[in-house]
Design a binder for this molecule. Structure first.
Ligand SMILES: [Zn+2]
Length: 128
């Protein structure tokens, strides 16, 4: 059995304790259900909401992603598209923020749970 890394667990949206159970109920590509989380890990029964309001902290991670989109758009438009008008910057940032919203929402929660959930990885809880 190969040890699962934390980065693969984060990338695949898995539980921080067993790195096996899904944190979210559906795929990120399910348009109207991408926000639905499992309340507990389907594999090891870890309560994902470590304390009431725990996921409010994920807003900070989400903010970092949003700033990343803003910075990337600004640099790419400035360097490769010869510094277009302001409305091009604004429109591009808004459109990309909407397109990446499901990824931003989910990965900010996943990363926050893995970094600040105070949950240790337990290899014995894995099933695969
Ligand atoms: Zn688990």
């Amino acid at each position: 059995m190969v040890k699962k890394t934390r980065s693969s667990a984060v990338f695949n949206g898995r539980c921080p304790r067993c790195r096996d159970g899904n944190i979210f109920k559906t795929s990120v590509f399910t348009f109207n259900n991408f926000t639905k989380m499992n309340p507990r890990c389907p594999n090891c029964n870890l309560d994902y909401e470590v304390e009431p309001g725990f996921f409010y902290g994920a807003l900070y991670i989400s903010y970092i992603f949003s700033v990343g989109i803003f910075a990337a758009v600004t640099i790419i438009l400035f360097v490769f598209f010869d510094d277009p008008e302001s409305k091009v910057y604004i429109t591009t940032v808004i459109v990309l923020s909407i397109i990446f919203y499901p990824f931003n929402y989910r990965f900010s929660r996943i990363i926050y749970l893995h970094l600040f959930g105070r949950v240790k990885y337990d290899d014995s809880l894995r099933t695969s």
